[in-house]
Design a binder for this molecule. Sequence first.
Ligand SMILES: NC(=O)c1ccc[n+]([C@@H]2O[C@H](COP(=O)([O-])OP(=O)(O)OC[C@H]3O[C@@H](n4cnc5c(N)ncnc54)[C@H](OP(=O)(O)O)[C@@H]3O)[C@@H](O)[C@H]2O)c1
Length: 258
Amino acid sequence: MTRKRTALITGASAGLGAEFARQLAAAGYNLVLVARRRDKLEALAADLHQQFGVDVLIEAADLSEQGAPRALFDALHAGNTEVDFLVNNAGVAGSDLLTDRDWDEHRAFFQLMMLAVAELCHLFIPGMRERGFGRVINVASVAGRIPRVGGCNYGPSKAYLIALSEDLAVTLHGSGVNVCALCPGYTHTDFHSTAGLQDMKDAMPGFLWYDAAVVVREGLWAVERGKPIYLSGRLYRWLDPLFQSLLTRRLFRLASRH
Ligand SMILES: NC(=O)c1ccc[n+]([C@@H]2O[C@H](COP(=O)([O-])OP(=O)(O)OC[C@H]3O[C@@H](n4cnc5c(N)ncnc54)[C@H](OP(=O)(O)O)[C@@H]3O)[C@@H](O)[C@H]2O)c1
């Protein structure tokens, strides 16, 4: 009997992560759901098990803590759970590198946004390569494609995920393991309210916003087709060549001068 494939999703307790869980369960994957809020994960697990008949494992973890990815890997290894599909999705808006003076806060942010992603790739991809099949989606952002005013943490952390994913995709070409940096634009999730940015969201035009279901569907499509970087949303795909042009980047920089 062939083994049912398993998808591990970080940040599965809300937003894009919960939607990844739903769409991957619908596609027949067993799931490992990771986030800090166990109660949310339990409710989602019960729902998906009932609806799609898949097995769902819950691993409550704070990925901003050093050692969390290793503990997660060891727990799954001990239970003989092999991960075939990895979605590195957990993330927060983050603080301002210059004005926020608590370095521990920045360190925790970088640990969550970059180091945990790199470590989970480091731990899980070799097994996928050995078995000749794997899918990895690193949820980056359009913010990783453009220079922005202020913050200095979020955009650069996502730019790292884009570079990492592209490099992994090239390295793994022909191995059966596809890696994709999925770059959403503005998406309806809890992200902005959690960061205290609900007013900003309310003030922005609706055409900039996409539903999580669309972003996830496009991400799953892109990784299947072996796209190393994929911008979600037609509007953002259309704008991306402009974002990448030297002239536009220069204009962004000029516009940010006070
Ligand atoms: N929404 C957007 O407009 C947008 C645009 C571009 C990119 N993104 C990216 O999309 C990803 C998902 O965000 P979202 O929009 O779905 O936001 P969300 O609804 O706020 O969900 C964020 C998820 O990350 C988890 N998380 C946060 N800190 C964590 C930690 N320390 N350890 C483990 N899990 C943690 C949260 O779970 P717990 O709180 O339970 O831990 C939650 O499940 C993020 O990487 C974000 O940067 C979002």
